[in-house]
Design a protein around this ligand. Structure first.
Ligand code: NDP
Length: 462
């Protein structure tokens, strides 16, 4: 299989989730593989994304647990929180995971090159640190994404993004967050839970565009009840450093004075300066690398997986794409990644778990949709006195009985989404849900005990 004309069979640029998986699997098939990384092995998810974020979500949830404990008979001294201790523990865990990633690559026989790497031709990669060019039969681009910022905004240099938020020296007493997507909503929950005064500024009129409307509203109301402040239909127009922190002006005319401003206004594919034009690789919207269903670009020897292709920007998707690429190109097993029915979680507080169509999407795509929706106070909150409700929705195609989507808001919703994903992937019907015995007493039993639709959506014949 190895072609002696090239230094490597595969050169991977970017040692994040997608790149590392592809490199290891290809090496397992006997390919000579190298992987270049300019920052830290592990990529966004492990180093400054999903993993440290989840650790911080856990940290921030203790304040709620302490409050709720009183209703169950616990009394305790005033709880205090040490930001520096959390960050140090988090850093140690990230170092450990980084070490595991490096070890796994080494064990697979993959050569790790700690350098910025750019494409110098269809089979050439330039390594900046060593100022040399190597050749490979196949090149895989897995450079991920990078926070998008409006660089024209006056004072933009004062803000932080998700790249910096994990390394703040001190906990901000007051923080403003720009954006209404995954990162904005998750960090609003983190900082609010840790005791920072938190304000989210969003240009639209409800958070999490694209999610089920009922879930969006219920989440926002729950976050408000927990203390997060929301400013809707507004954007930042300028940021100044003043004697009392950062002073931000808003389009509406208002101002906010805070200690930190986190911008979470989306991410874009990291293709800038990668040299793709030298190899003739075609780019699409926002600089995303255009690929076919096998992750191949328009240049036969160059492939791309993960966020840099801007298909579905989630870690497990990048891993699956990287694995499928290696199976197909080095294992002789053509594999297509199925991008439908991907279950996801938003680690907001309360949490969202979701798979399939939203109510709005289902109503547009199907003639007859039955909506089963239940909003109830979970048992956990009965003694604690917390008023927050859990929301569960099951959307059914009334003509075929197929479950089209399930949406959960509340404790453990992310864990539920994983299992619900299996059910929907297996094309579960409402009758299958009904035939499944409830697990009692759980909140999740509501998913199999909803018998009467809350509403029926019927498309009128034209
Ligand atoms: P999102 O795309 O989720 O959200 C971006 C937000 O910024 C939206 O609310 C958007 O508004 C707003 N926005 C965009 N442009 C502007 C602008 N010019 N001015 C003001 N607001 C603007 O991106 P995130 O940065 O939150 O997250 C990036 C990606 O990371 C996500 O798409 C997701 O794939 C991934 N991620 C996944 C997580 C998970 O699985 N739990 C957690 C964190 C990240 P509008 O809606 O109006 O366009």
């Amino acid at each position: 299989m190895s072609d002696p004309r090239y230094d490597y069979d595969l050169f991977v640029i970017g040692a994040g989730s997608g790149g590392v998986r592809a490199a290891r699997i290809a090496a397992g098939y006997g390919a000579r593989v190298a992987i270049a990384e300019e920052h830290r092995v592990g990529g966004t998810c492990v180093i400054r994304g999903c993993v440290p974020k989840k650790l911080m979500v856990y940290a921030s949830q203790f304040s709620e647990a302490f409050e709720d404990a009183a209703g169950f008979g616990w009394s305790r001294p005033e709880a205090t929180f040490d930001w520096h201790k959390l960050i140090a523990s988090k850093d140690a865990e990230i170092d450990r995971l980084n070490g595991i990633y490096i070890r796994n690559l080494n064990n697979a026989g993959v050569e790790i090159v700690m350098s910025r790497a750019t494409v110098a031709g269809p089979h050439e990669v330039h390594l900046a640190m060593e100022n040399r060019t190597v050749t490979a039969r196949v090149i895989l681009i897995a450079t991920g994404g990078t926070p998008w910022l409006d660089m024209a905004l006056p004072g933009i240099e004062h803000i932080i993004t998700s790249n910096e938020v994990f390394y703040l020296k001190d906990q901000p007493k007051r923080i403003a967050i720009a954006g209404g997507g995954y990162i904005a909503v998750e960090f609003a929950g983190i900082f609010n839970g840790l005791g920072s005064e938190t304000t989210l500024v969003y240009r639209g009129d409800e958070i999490l565009r694209g999610f089920d409307d009922e879930v969006r509203t219920a989440l926002r109301e729950a976050m408000e009840a927990r203390g997060v402040k929301f400013v809707f239909n507004d954007i930042f127009t300028g940021i100044r450093k003043g004697p009392d922190g950062l002073s931000a002006s808003l389009k509406s005319g208002g101002t906010l004075t805070v200690d930190q401003i986190l911008f979470a206004t989306g991410r874009e594919p990291a293709t800038d300066g990668l040299g793709l034009e030298k190899a003739g690789v075609a780019l699409g919207l926002r600089g995303a690398i255009k690929v076919d269903s096998e992750s191949r670009t328009n240049v036969a020897s160059i492939y791309a997986v993960g966020d840099v292709t801007n298909r579905v920007n989630l870690t497990p998707v990048a891993i699956r794409e990287g694995h499928a690429f290696a199976d197909a190109v080095f294992g002789g097993k053509p594999t297509h990644v199925d991008h439908t029915l991907i279950p996801t979680a938003v680690f907001s507080q309360p949490e969202i778990g979701t798979v399939g169509f939203t109510e709005q999407e289902a109503a547009e795509a199907f003639d007859c949709v039955d909506v089963y929706s239940a909003s109830f106070r979970p048992m956990l909150y009965t003694l604690s006195g917390r008023q927050e409700k859990m929301l569960m929705k099951v959307l059914v195609d009334a003509e075929t009985d197929l479950v089209l989507g399930v949406h959960v808001l509340g404790h453990g919703a992310g864990e539920l989404a994983q299992v619900l994903g299996i059910a929907l992937k297996m094309r579960a019907t409402k009758a299958d849900f009904d035939a499944t015995m409830a697990v009692h007493p759980t909140a999740a039993e509501e998913l199999v005990t909803m018998r009467t639709p809350s509403r029926t959506l019927r498309r009128q014949a034209a």
